[in-house]
Design a protein around this ligand. Structure first.
Ligand code: GLA
Length: 414
């Protein structure tokens, strides 16, 4: 296992290389022309929500753990809050039968039985593969077996595929043409099965994938190298998305990687920043922690239904940055009910004051607004301007309704 996981370490290094060569915030050099989307599969009309095994378990994940996570998703209330995908990442893959069919390794055994277990709990099962002969962690990839593997996934009852270019880097040079062709090939194979499966592409944001992802049939695509459980990694990836939101929307989402909330490397303020930022963008919410041992702060963050409602707003309109005051950034997102969500983020290392006239958020808030604080769970009426101090690396997330509308719709914000 140690040797087999060596490629995963290398994959981590590959993922870091772009960080070394160019800052994550740097603009991309080559911008390929947008590619027309293939007809949508009707899935992921809102950013997918669920859990993925990689951030916490990496190569240690087993079927027993997946069952435990499925149980915890139900008992913790996560399923009922919208987290439905239970996604197995790399290292489940075994060998092929004489007929070329892929089989799970001994850690997983009977995948159909596992899918049945997950489905019986009202959840959906996700799986991982690569266009390479091997995956990023050195396990069996789908190269030359795309149709067969897609059929096998469909037979097992898989509902979501993460397809990672990393493992194909040896076999095919990392070119735009190779990536497009290989991602399209699996996209077509999935469609041929007739089973609805969310198609999630994984690479590091190479070749401005947001411009051509929909042309492969994908529902989401990673826009950054692998996230790690620290402030710099998370905040750089998250804030960088603000330049890319035009490419993201219902059925086709930018994916700045999975959540690290609850993994222990960041403070509750920093984890609230990840949850708030991913929800404002909006981005998929794939938890990456051990769901069987969540502390109260982790539960409060992952299960904050008012913040989840921002992420899952049906219109899928992206947030925009309206102001920078030193380390403070002010993000605004229009909601489909006419309210506006404002995220006041402090990217600095000390508490920072912020002052903002509500008119800058929207002319409708000229004289003030009804304000719901989505982390404090309090409501009040604010006259303009709004003043507050934001904790180091923290966020204040507010949902604003014009005062007149607040009088008409008191129950929505009670
Ligand atoms: C790459 C991906 C990660 C994870 C690993 C698995 O690094 O970016 O998210 O899937 O591969 O090997």
């Amino acid at each position: 296992m140690t040797l087999r996981l060596l490629p995963a370490l290398l994959c981590g290094l590959f993922a870091l290389m772009p960080l070394v060569a160019t800052a994550v915030d740097a603009p991309h050099a080559a911008s390929p022309a947008p590619v027309p989307a293939v007809p949508g599969n009707g899935l992921a009309l809102r950013p997918p929500m669920g859990w993925n095994s990689w951030n916490h378990f990496a190569g240690r994940i087993t079927a027993k753990d997946v069952r435990a996570m499925a149980d915890a998703m139900v008992s913790s209330g996560m399923r009922d809050a919208g987290y439905v995908y239970v996604n197995i990442d790399d290292t489940w893959e075994g060998t092929r039968t004489a007929a070329g069919e892929i089989r799970a390794n001994d850690k997983f055994g009977d995948m159909k039985a596992l899918a049945d277990y997950v489905h019986a709990r009202g959840l959906k099962l996700g799986i991982y593969s690569s266009p390479g002969a091997t995956t990023c962690a050195g396990f069996l990839g789908s190269h030359g077996h795309e149709d067969s593997d897609a059929r096998t996934f469909a037979t097992w009852g898989v509902d979501f595929l993460k397809y990672d270019y990393c493992g194909a880097r040896d076999l095919y040079p990392v070119t735009l043409e190779n990536q497009q062709a290989l991602f399209r090939r699996m996209g077509a194979a999935l469609r041929k099965t007739g089973r609805p499966m969310v198609y999630s592409l994984s690479q590091s944001g190479d070749f401005d994938i947001w411009r051509w992802g929909p042309g492969t049939g994908a529902n989401m695509w990673r826009t950054t190298p692998d996230i790690s459980d620290d402030w710099t990694s998370m905040s750089q990836r998250g804030f960088r998305q603000l330049d890319l939101t035009v490419w993201s929307g219902p059925g086709h989402w930018n994916d700045p990687d999975m959540l690290e909330i609850g993994n222990g490397g960041m403070t509750p303020d920093e984890y609230r920043t990840q949850m708030s930022l991913w929800s404002l963008l909006p981005a998929p919410l794939l938890a990456g922690n051990d769901l069987t041992s969540m502390d109260a702060a982790t539960r409060d963050i992952l299960l904050n239904r008012e913040v989840i409602a921002v992420d899952q707003d049906p219109a899928g309109k992206p947030a925009r940055r309206i102001e920078k005051q030193g380390d403070v950034e002010v993000l605004v997102r229009d909601m489909s009910d006419g309210s506006v969500v404002v995220g006041l983020f402090n990217r600095g290392d000390r508490p920072a004051p912020v002052s903002i006239p509500w008119q800058r958020v929207h002319a409708r808030f000229g004289s003030g607004a009804h304000v719901r604080d989505l982390w404090a769970h309090t409501s009040r009426t604010e006259t303009s301007p709004f003043h507050a101090v934001i904790a180091r690396h923290g966020v204040i997330l507010l949902r604003l309704t014009p005062m007149a509308a607040a009088r008409i719709l008191p129950s929505r914000h009670a």
